[in-house]
Design a protein around this ligand. Structure first.
Ligand code: CMC
Length: 376
């Protein structure tokens, strides 16, 4: 028996982390409706929920936030590596991946208990915003800006800009982070689980998951979607741009999803609301209108094929209004999703069995070895 291409429809584990009910248009994190979390929770609280399996009590949340705050600056060698990556012209997602990998340096990794791996996951989650902000500032020739930590989203924006964001901007990014924090057995979470199954440490798990996220069929689409909107430039040009892409046999970034083939991704509604709020705050509607134009035009052309907009379309609009350079869209996704990756790795490790599939050989056998001199 051979699995379907792309492992479509294959369940690789039982889970209590995330339920995606595509037909009902609902997503649940640990049983809680994502729409309600987006409205009432914070990223820190949601990350706690994903990692520990339940909502924190007040004191637990305060302690968790204090822990994230105290771990926000990575070890010096990691910070220096991010600066070096900036001077070498690295892509920010590569700098982040390398930084997370380097967090293993100097740490005793012999304890592979769930507690130790969770602690490593929290360390990585805590340090990611600073690493990305520091990298971006370094490549702009700016000194690090270590802001006061009042939450992941506010801290990231403040450390990136060197000044406090408008609370509405910080909240928009906070909601974006909640939405991006988890989404079932996607490619990067599967990568995380695969690596965790070898008993490699949590830094290795997150490093590998970042590599998976980078691809344009996965998280990289939020960079490509931003480039697309910038290239289109004017809502009037949407149809012409899309027609040209499709005629050339190219895919439209920010559209299509393996599990949303009968209707749009339920996260879209939340993200569209955020994008609208930010467009109003900035008094700039161009990117929002282009995204809406794309949703309508591509929808009319491709919905029959089961192609609807995915999160990356409106995520790129949100990040644009927050003033992120387009290539930071991807590490911003990673810093939110790290909670989901760590949760999946820990869940799988609780009943670990090495992931080691097989394949069906279809090549030749018994070929005669021809010495090099006879091969010409
Ligand atoms: N634009 C145009 N056509 C598309 C697109 C698209 N974005 N996506 C799929 N199709 C077509 C595809 O060419 C195929 O057509 P045909 O049957 O004529 O050959 C049909 O739709 C089915 O495609 P598929 O490759 O079987 O679908 P899949 O489930 O393997 O792919 C996907 C899912 C996300 C890889 C794909 O839709 C895609 O490449 N989208 C663009 C990249 C993107 O936005 N990725 C982000 C995914 S969601 C967020 C995340 O996970 O990070």
């Amino acid at each position: 028996m051979i699995a379907p291409p792309g492992l479509e429809g294959v369940a690789v584990k039982e889970t209590k982390i995330c339920l995606i009910d595509a037909d009902a248009g609902k997503i649940y994190y640990r049983g809680y409706d994502l729409e309600e979390l987006a409205e009432r929770s914070t990223y820190e609280e949601t990350a706690y929920l994903l990692l520990y399996g339940r909502l924190p009590r007040r004191a637990e949340l305060e302690e968790f936030r204090a822990r994230l705050a105290s771990l926000r600056r990575p070890p010096r060698h990691v910070e220096e590596a991010a600066g070096l990556a900036a001077s070498a012209g690295a892509e920010p997602i590569d700098a982040l991946r390398t930084a997370v990998s380097l967090m293993a340096a100097g740490e005793d990794l012999s304890d592979r208990s769930a507690e130790a791996e969770l602690a490593r996951g929290i360390k990585a989650i805590a340090a990611m915003p600073y690493v990305v902000a520091h990298f971006d500032r370094a490549r702009r020739g700016l000194k690090p800006a270590d802001a006061e930590y009042r939450g992941h989203a506010q801290y990231f924006l403040a450390s990136l800009r060197g000044e406090e964001p408008d609370p509405k901007e910080a909240r928009a990014l906070d909601v974006m982070f909640i939405v991006y924090a988890e989404h079932g057995m996607n490619n990067s979470s599967f990568t995380a689980v695969t690596v965790a199954s070898t008993l490699a440490d949590m830094y290795a798990v997150i490093t590998a998951a970042i590599s998976s996220l980078k691809g344009p069929l996965h998280g990289g689409a939020n960079v490509d979607a931003a480039k697309m909107i910038a290239e289109i430039g004017d809502p009037e040009r949407v149809a012409e741009w899309v027609d040209k892409q499709l005629a050339a046999g190219r895919r439209i970034p920010g559209f299509g999803h393996r599990i949303y083939k009968r209707g749009p991704d339920p996260r879209l509604k939340i993200l569209k609301g955020l994008a609208k709020g930010l467009a109003e705050l900035k008094g700039d509607f161009a990117w929002l209108e282009i995204a809406e134009g794309l949703e309508e035009y591509v929808g009319a052309k491709l919905a029959a094929k089961g192609i609807y907009p995915n999160t990356d379309l409106y995520a790129s609009v949100i990040f644009h209004y927050l003033g992120l350079p387009v290539d930071l869209n991807l590490p911003a996704f990673a810093m939110a999703r790290a909670a989901g990756w760590a949760a999946h790795a820990l869940e799988y490790r609780a009943q670990n069995r090495l992931i080691r599939p097989t394949e069906r050989y279809v090549g030749p056998v018994n070929l005669r070895y021809q010495p090099l001199e006879e091969r010409g």
